[in-house]
Ligand binder design. Structure first.
Ligand code: SF4
Ligand code: SF4
Length: 365
């Protein structure tokens, strides 16, 4: 399939033909269980009604691909502790504001007097630090491989400009090994991965080779348009029919096998691998990006001696099971009752790319 223009990726007639091809090739087999890993895919799938279009041939489950949703409450607690220091500005992306910690959120603390500023880029936080030399500016570094290069760039910029009142509380994490953890979980039962688009543009489609080889799970990197997703699903089904488990790249117009070399280099310069806790999933070895020793003066954890504990309190919120694809949001008893986008109970309903928010907004059954 060679499409050049964005309209073509939304063409209903082409989409219908791909749906027909999926149904014809799959026949009467039991539905293949596929995971879309990325929150942006989750939203596109919900908006385009792809789950119901493919009902019977494919069961789509959503994965842990929204960094806001997987950030554990211990991180929010640590951020609040730091925000309560005198002369401190917490700088964050807006979607972190309502994420619940164990006892509070940044939004509640802000109304209680903690200085929380919403910024659009990590570099804005460096500028804020430069403009406020009497304050400590702590950037809440939350994200995946897509955000990591800009956080690394901000740290390098602060280092070059010798801005000593800037630091980052890192909760940056990497996706492929989290997918391996899910692939090896018999309760999750993933038969194919629709791999994230933006992340793959950075790390390259080859990053999923161990996943396909070690766990025998077909992987397809797909873009975010409806036809990208449908064609990606078609490729996954075709692999399954052939008995193959390889990595295919539907999104070759942006993602290459080796990814973005410069972005990968800057990540490797500023960060080092670490173990990190994922909300609902647990601590996954080597999936975190902590700040490398050479840049430890910009590491808020070291600078202020704060710990990020990983504990999972039992609450009624089933986000953990939603993030692992074990249940759909509608199987959570709070969905649409005690938990709505206006009054979210858990992070999957807070984030605009959270699975629960997407199911609620688009009425997915
Ligand atoms: S809501 Fe979207 S932009 Fe915000 S962290 Fe989640 S995936 Fe990223
Ligand atoms: S519906 Fe709300 S409470 Fe239930 S899992 Fe989703 S975010 Fe958590």
């Amino acid at each position: 399939m060679r499409l050049k223009y964005i309209d073509e990726f939304r063409d209903p007639e082409l989409a219908r033909r791909v749906v027909d091809a999926i149904r014809t090739s799959w026949g009467e087999r039991p539905p293949m269980r596929l995971m879309e890993v990325c929150g942006t895919h989750t939203v596109s799938i919900a908006r385009a009604g792809i789950r119901s279009l493919l009902d019977g041939a494919v069961t789509m489950v959503s994965g842990p691909g929204c960094p806001v949703c997987v950030t554990p409450d211990g991180y929010i607690d640590a951020a609040i502790t730091l925000g309560k220091r005198p002369d401190t500005i917490l700088a964050t992306f807006g979607d972190m504001l309502r994420v619940p910690g164990r006892h509070s959120s940044l939004e509640k603390e802000r109304s209680g007097g903690v200085n929380v500023r919403i910024l659009y880029s990590p570099l804005d936080a460096v500028e804020t630090a430069a403009g406020n030399p009497g304050k400590e500016v702590i950037f809440l570094g939350v994200g995946f491989e897509t955000t990591a290069p800009s956080i690394a760039g901000a740290i390098l910029s602060a280092a070059v400009r010798d801005i000593g009142n800037f630091s980052v509380l890192s909760s940056v994490r990497t996706i492929p090994r989290a997918m391996e953890a899910l692939a090896s979980d018999p309760e999750v039962r993933i038969e194919g991965f629709l791999c994230p688009a933006h992340v793959s543009a950075i790390i390259g489609s080859d990053a999923y080779l161990p996943l396909a080889e070690k766990f025998g799970v077909p992987c397809v990197v797909a873009g975010f348009e409806p036809l990208d997703i449908l064609y990606g699903i078609y490729l996954l089904l075709r692999q399954k029919i052939r008995g193959a488990a390889v990595v295919e790249n539907e999104y070759s117009r942006v993602a290459t096998p080796s990814g973005n070399r410069k972005a990968r280099e800057i990540i490797a310069t500023v960060f080092r691998e670490s173990d990190i806790g994922w909300r609902g999933i647990g601590v996954l070895p080597g999936t975190g990006l902590a700040i490398a020793d050479a840049y430890s003066e910009f590491d808020a954890q070291k600078k202020f001696g704060v710990e990020i504990p990983f504990t999972e309190d039992k609450t009624a919120c089933r986000c953990g099971d939603v993030l692992k694809g074990k249940i759909t949001p509608r199987e959570c008893p709070l969905f649409g009752n005690a938990c709505t986008p206006a009054e979210p109970y858990g992070p999957c309903m807070v984030s605009s790319e959270g699975t629960c928010a997407a199911y609620y907004k688009y009425g997915v059954q």
